[in-house]
Design a protein around this ligand. Structure first.
Ligand SMILES: [Zn+2]
Length: 317
């Protein structure tokens, strides 16, 4: 049973995590290894010869060829941070292990930092998850449905067209036995042919077989080279159709997650970040123990995402 496999997997215990990443030196070593697995490479000229010294809180690498100095945290999500890396690593741990997501308020309490700082850390890490997720497209058998944030998430069609809700496409790929593989939760401007065509070109692999209910716009996935089949059964909604069981279960979990962990502050503006972070965790649900190190890789590779950038980022980031 897939759900039991998720619930009973060992994860990474807090004592084990602290044993590995409890000191600043351990976190620095891990970040350096993650950033330069084969050893330091100058970001400017690609030379590997270097000297290491400390300027401020973190090691700085000076290239022997071009003399450029590169701090360990410069060019990563941690750039310019005043916080110890141990705090960042703990944030990564808490956020990646929390099954239903973690609010900024919880993060503030757990880490002993201010609320604005907790909010910034949360959004930076969610952004790292979103950008990582953007690398993947769904393939094979894919179910899609229209869904909404900011009201009932039951998939009930009463919500269609309602103005104060954020529309998003919920999509799930399934294996040959009908078990869930990956999800994509994507905010869209609305359920128009153009929006679905654009969404499909970005999020689906050409040739995949898409199943939806009778909402007309989903036929536009064919413009992205996908096959499309619609289930139209009288007045029944997808939540009543056995074919959509997994998708509806996941939407139910999403509702619990967002309702329980996230308070509505700025929610509408950042909906795609919350959706992407939920999808990131779901798509790695079988590998809880390696999630913290995977999230560290994501944070190291996406580069700086300062608060001003995070606040101005468009819905589709
Ligand atoms: Zn250089």
């Amino acid at each position: 049973m897939p759900m039991n496999r998720i619930q009973f997997q060992p994860g990474l215990s807090m004592p084990e995590f602290l044993k590995q990443f409890g000191t600043e030196a351990q976190c620095e070593a891990e970040l350096q290894q993650t950033r330069w697995p084969q050893g330091f490479v100058c970001p400017d000229c690609g030379h590997t010869g270097h000297a290491v010294f400390r300027v401020g809180a973190h090691p700085t690498f000076q290239c022997r060829a071009c003399r450029q100095q590169t701090s360990l945290i410069a060019g990563t999500l941690f750039q310019s941070t005043k916080l110890p890396l141990t705090v960042w690593f703990l944030a990564i741990y808490f956020i990646s292990q929390a099954k239903t997501g973690l609010s900024a308020l919880s993060l503030k309490r757990l880490l002993g930092i201010s609320y604005p700082t907790a909010l910034l850390i949360q959004h930076k890490l969610m952004q790292a998850m979103v950008e990582r997720e953007a690398h993947y497209t769904l393939s094979g058998h894919v179910q899609v449905d229209d869904a909404y944030l900011g009201g009932e998430l039951s998939g009930g069609k009463a919500g269609r067209g309602s103005e104060n809700k954020i529309p998003f496409v919920a999509a799930l790929s399934l294996d040959e036995e009908g078990h869930p593989l990956r999800i994509k939760l994507t905010a869209v401007p609305g359920f128009t042919n153009k929006a679905i065509s654009d969404w499909a070109k970005t999020n689906l692999t050409p040739g995949c077989a898409v199943l939806s209910d009778g909402l007309a716009c989903f036929a536009a996935v064919t413009e992205a080279g996908c096959q499309h089949q619609a289930i139209i059964v009288g007045g029944r909604k997808p939540k009543d159709l056995p074919e959509f069981l997994w998708l509806n279960t996941i939407l139910g979990n999403l509702k619990t997650s967002l309702g329980g962990a996230y308070h509505a502050f700025g929610f509408a503006k950042y909906a795609s970040r919350y959706l992407g972070a939920f999808a990131y965790r779901f798509n790695r649900r079988f590998r809880l123990d390696t999630l913290p190190t995977r999230l560290l890789v994501a944070a190291t590779t996406i580069g700086p995402r300062p608060g001003t950038w995070l606040r101005s980022a468009e819905v589709s980031c």
